[in-house]
Design a protein around this ligand. Sequence first.
Ligand code: M6R
Length: 364
Amino acid sequence: EKGNYRHYMQKEIFEQPQVIGDALATYLDPATRRPRLPEGGPDWAAVPRLTIVACGTSSYAALVAKYWFEQIARLPVEVDIASEFRYREAPMPKGGVALFISQSGETADTLAALRYAKDENQFIVALVNVPESSMAREADLVLPILAGPEIGVASTKAFTCQLTVLMCLVLAVARSRGTIDAAEEARLCAALSEVPARALEVLNHDEKIRAIALWLAEARDVLYLGRGAIFPIALEGALKLKEISYIHAEGYAAGELKHGPIALIDEAVPVIVLAPHGPLFEKTVSNMQEVLARGGRVVLLSDTAGIETEGRNAAEIIELPMVDAFVTPVLYAIPVQLLAYHTAVAKGTDVDQPRNLAKSVTVE
Ligand code: M6R
């Protein structure tokens, strides 16, 4: 059922405008265009802290969500990877909420972490793609991400659907906590409603991204840089490249570069800079200049405004649509998926079944 696609991963990347739209159709009320959540959630105004636990790509969705919950809903958030969290014996606050993000709903470490949080009397929320999964069964509230079956081992559409549902959740929580006014909520909901159309525009850069990937396929190491809510997308880009192309890649918060990783830079290390034009743009650009000054070759992912001012300095550019900063993580996730995909195809690896990996990690 790959249709005209060569791999499931490719098909799943191209399905994103559709499945993000499906998620929005469920989580945004068509009449009011405001987020609506299933009944039975906690009283968010009284929640002292949200703990989010996940593995791999799902843990990067958790990290993005931390930026959103803290900025928009003013809710303190702790994020941890499940394999560490489950053994850490972390104290959890009375009245706290614990959110578990998992495509499969079966990842052994995440499930064990969920059971720990349950023993700590947290209100348990599961954000899963498989509604009949163990995590869904054991949670107090289930938020299905509605991505449809994901076959490729590398998670793509599940990640962007996780982010989409998390954006709706954040807005609903912000409303209950009184941290967002109606005008701002309407503005962010409008930006959210446009994501499927903008995602389609991003996919139109497929051919350009394929050409850049031919260059990446020659590299031994690749760095990804981003700031703020885009920093986790740098981590995700690096993970995607590692897992399917077997090229060593690392994601860094751009501001952390000078604390060590800058020593890696030379003309042989492509540096992917993720920099939407916005409050952190100048800061990220100054980190990009540090790379250029050391002979590094940059692929700049930015929007029309960012490319206009900084595009000429980069070896390669990918020009993304101008959108509200709120929705940039979901849109910048797509080109990094395509970069990894085309690099793997150029290298001739098994894209859908990469070596040593399983779709669902149900053992520790
Ligand atoms: O099913 P889950 O979301 O719990 O899976 C978590 C990770 O195993 C998963 O995201 C993994 O990192 C992917 N292969 C990444 O593409």
